[in-house]
Write a new protein. Structure first.
Length: 322
């Protein structure tokens, strides 16, 4: 049930601007302190869209002129919308702010032809899960990340090719596709998933990497590299021995939008191919999206790869409904 909105006409929804930075930092600074804090203050200026951007909009909620909440809507495909970064000020929680922000996202996405909207929520974030269900979202799938170490000499028993047709064929018949509802990581929008197409696999083969595992019985696994990116692991606040500020330390990640396999031997071969590809990219670490099932999660450490501690949930809503 959606909380009663007791702030009435004092609540306004508008586009967030760069001038709102300090206000957004103020109400997000106390979010998730036990998990390293919120990332939005660090990315805010890069996160915001240009005013003439038709495929992205960041909404800010204000109450009596004071910033109370924020969320961003993005069109990933002509009919798939992604909503992210929902935050509400502690002073205005449980007063309907997130619901009104969500409604603004739905309206914006419908106007652009979206038939479905999706969000991702960390599995430990019970408050956000409850708010999302109250706003009309239904559970779609859950996933977590495998982390094979980059290794130029990694080997597996099964043959792995870069044939996008074979990779797509395995994906269409895999239980991973069924478990993930056809979703994989979007190559442009970080931490976003969308429906994968045959054209995607052809594009990944040309622009990044595609993997198709074959064993004696035929096709046995697939994956694709969605992107590589830099992540800051330090800061430049500490001075070195000469008294100069040090540059932030970074590490390179290779991200793989989905990983699917038939058995543990196929998983080993797939992770070996990913490890070689990541090393070739100069990556320090990897992450591979996998379905959150007992078999897939148990196969990862058995195949010799690391695995994240917790899953993430994907929820969605049919935007064609009244």
């Amino acid at each position: 049930m959606v909380p009663d909105l007791d702030i009435g006409s004092a609540l306004e929804i508008r586009r967030a601007t760069h001038d709102d930075y300090e206000a957004v930092v103020d109400f997000t600074s106390d979010i998730w302190p036990d998990r390293g804090g919120d990332y939005i203050p660090e990315i805010y200026h890069d996160w915001l869209e240009d005013e003439d951007d038709e495929d992205r909009k960041t909404f800010l909620a204000t109450v009596d002129g004071e910033a109370a909440g924020i969320v961003q809507a993005v069109m990933l495909t002509p009919d798939e919308a992604w909503f992210q970064g929902m935050r509400v000020s502690a002073d205005h929680r449980r007063r309907g702010v997130s619901h009104r922000l969500t409604e603004a996202c739905f309206e914006w996405a419908r106007e652009r032809g979206a038939t479905v909207g999706r969000i991702m929520i960390f599995s430990w974030n019970a408050v956000s899960i409850g708010a999302a269900r109250a706003s009309g979202y239904d559970p779609i799938t859950e996933f977590r990340f495998a982390h094979p170490d980059p290794d130029p000499d990694a080997e597996g028993r099964n043959r792995v090719s870069s044939d996008p047709t074979a990779a797509w064929r395995y994906w269409t018949h895999s239980d991973a596709r069924e478990q993930l509802n056809g979703l994989g990581l979007d190559p442009e929008e970080s931490w976003a998933v969308r429906e994968l197409t045959r054209e995607d696999f052809e594009r990944f083969a040309d622009e990044s990497a595609v993997f198709a595992v074959r064993n004696a019985d035929g096709l046995a696994g697939t994956a694709y590299r969605s992107r590589t990116y830099e992540r800051t692991v330090g800061n430049g606040d500490d001075a070195d021995s000469s008294g100069d500020d040090t540059e932030p330390e970074t590490e390179t990640w290779a991200e793989y939008g989905v990983g699917a396999w038939e058995d543990v031997e196929a998983a080993r071969s797939l992770f070996a191919a990913i490890a070689r590809d990541a090393a070739d990219c100069g990556a320090d670490k990897t992450r591979v999206l996998i379905p959150e099932t007992a078999r897939y999660v148990c196969d990862v450490p058995y195949a010799g790869a690391g695995i994240s501690e917790e899953p993430d949930f994907v929820l969605g809503i049919d935007l064609t409904a009244d």
